[in-house]
Design a protein around this ligand. Structure first.
Ligand SMILES: [Ca+2]
Length: 240
């Protein structure tokens, strides 16, 4: 073999090796779903079929579980875990840090109707936000890098619920909104837009609407977690 042929053969081999590594990686998220990895949910996990999270056209599964860490140093500490199992058999999970004794509940949404899928996890006092992206459950953070947290009981004077809506013309279209129902003689609901870009959440514009009474649908909605037709109570999965 001449030097030129050897170089050509080597180049061909390199191209084939490169193709071998790039094609499955690119296809794993779109056509065939996420590549099967990770441990499946515990047998006693609460599970629920949700919409297609990894764009392979098949519905996926959201689950919530708890497990008692058996190590002596843990002192019987219970880990609470939220996970996604795709139809293709991939498992992603995240441990939810929370001091609340209230069972966790999780809801999968596409707040901006742009194909990004968020998982809202409530412990009754606050709600943490995750995004299912690159076949992983990733924590959504604010622009300071801190995990984004919704107040659900106005404990930090931030809010009472979570919804999806369109606040103001500056960024058209549906967004995630933080909701704060207040009764100061007159019921009001403050809505604050949360702009999502992957794992980054940025506070957007806000407005305040008035409501007639505690039974006003705007007030009731502002004390729950929902997005469009989906509600945490009806479409979420509850920790067993
Ligand atoms: Ca899927």
């Amino acid at each position: 073999m001449t030097g030129t042929l050897k170089r050509r053969a080597l180049l061909l081999v390199l191209l084939l090796v490169a193709a071998w590594f790039t094609v499955p990686a690119a296809r794993s998220f779109a056509a065939g779903g996420c590549t099967p990895t990770g441990a499946p949910p515990p047998a006693d996990a609460a599970q629920r079929k949700v919409r297609d999270l990894d764009w392979d056209g098949r519905p996926d599964t959201l689950w919530v579980a708890q497990s008692r860490d058996g190590s002596p140093s843990s002192q019987g500490h219970i880990d609470r875990v939220v996970g996604v199992t795709t139809a293709s058999g991939d498992n992603a999970q995240v441990e939810v840090a929370s001091a609340s004794p209230i069972p966790l509940a999780a809801l999968a949404i596409d707040a901006q109707q742009d194909g990004q899928h968020q998982i809202i996890v409530s412990d009754g006092r606050s709600a943490q936000l995750y995004v299912f992206a690159d076949c992983k459950l990733q924590t959504v953070a604010d622009n300071q890098g801190a995990p984004f947290l919704f107040d659900l009981q106005n404990l930090r004077d931030h809010g009472t619920g979570v919804g999806c809506g369109d606040v103001g013309p500056s960024s058209p279209g549906r967004h995630l909104v933080g909701l704060q129902a207040l009764n100061e003689g007159l019921w009001t609901v403050r809505r604050t837009e949360i702009d999502l870009n992957g794992t980054l959440a940025t506070i957007g514009p806000s407005d305040t609407v008035t409501a007639a009474s505690a039974q006003d649908p705007a007030v009731i909605s502002a004390q729950t977690i929902s997005c469009g037709d989906l509600t945490l109570a009806k479409d979420g999965v509850q920790q067993p």
